[in-house]
Design a binder for this molecule. Sequence first.
Ligand code: ZN
Length: 462
Amino acid sequence: MSTLVLDGCTVVTMDGQGSEYSTGHVVVTDNVITAIGQGSPPASLDVAVEGSVTRSGAVRRIDASGCLATPGLINTHHHLYQWGTRGMAADATLFEWLTRLYPVWARMDADMVRPLATGALAWLARTGCSTTMDHHYVFPRSGGDVLGATVAAARQVGLRFHPTRGSMDLGASSGGLPPDEVVEDRDAILRASKAAIEEFHDASPQSMLRIGLAPCSPFSVTAELLTEAADLARQTKVRLHTHLAETGDEDEYCAEHFGCTPVEYLDSLGWLGDDVWLAHGVYLDDGAITRLAKTGTGVAHCPSSNGRLGAGICRTHDLLAAGVRVGLGVDGAASNEESSLLGEVRQATLIARSAGGPRALSVRQALELATMGGARLLGREGEIGSLEAGKLADIALWRLDTLAHAGVADPVAALVLGSRPPLELLLVNGTTIVEQDQLVTVDAQVVAADSRRAAAAMAEGA
Ligand SMILES: [Zn+2]
């Protein structure tokens, strides 16, 4: 048994009572938070001596004064492979950007995806993210096991991982947006989805990996695939995810092809429910918001990507006011070159207020979106998303005593509105992933060089 004590930090728990401790402690035993509160750790804990070994095992004490402890951040929408296509189609709409990038993505294989996913995950960790989903929906015929490559990368970097087996089966010749070369046969998709669940899904309470199913979007998958994927997900008790209501072009596509809005379309296919979360949710009318709230369907808000592609502004305030569950996502790095989850907290705050005034989203609400909000979308609210005794030790410790933040009146405002602070420590399941702003599980220089080579290989000849 090992014990880690964070002592002397400000603690923002994000628990149901909004508990915060100005000078507090967090005690971690193995992979679980065992004590948390104001002041010094309980006297019963023999934790005073750095590196000491007590009757109950090794103890490490960290003087965390000058730091803020928060739950590790939870990313609810991403495409890790897009780490290799950053900076392309930099001034394009979503449909223009996709049309430019599909042929590049068609060249990917598992040997490229492994280093690209490692790069994306390593950078997420540097920005305070302890749990991420991935939405992988391009499976080139000769690409090998690209999903397995993302799983290997997540195990290496050490993040808690919720990969979704994505898919596209509606090519351009059948009225879809993607070229036929990047779509798959529906039966093959469903077989591969079942195989991914059998191989990787771990439903246990402390799970480091859970699979979901994620047909890509209304303009790249058939209604039959949406229906059958939902059936499979519900039989196997995994969650469902897709892109929805992201742009005006998609809104028009749904009106033209299905005679309804994107939310009405999903509703007609049995695709709304508390086991579903949707990326974006920008084009939602009042009726759609009510329907999402009633069915418990979640929304992954991706403000930087929406801004990058000029898609529009998600009605975050209205969603929260209606009781819709909302989390944050960086989205793929090809539409968010910053790929910082803490950056999304800031961006969500600013864009909500630009649209709805200064009280549209408070700094604590914004931080909640990236913590408990994300945990709820992934069905993990009992295990992660807040700092509470008995929860898993996914913790970010931010240094707020340097030039950029020292003296800021409110530590949460400093974190959300200020520049990104040094990440003193990132724990995932009790294991140190980042320390003093440096990755400890991978060599950042090696990851950068490997991902640069993979990006060049994918771009070559496209
Ligand atoms: Zn996306």
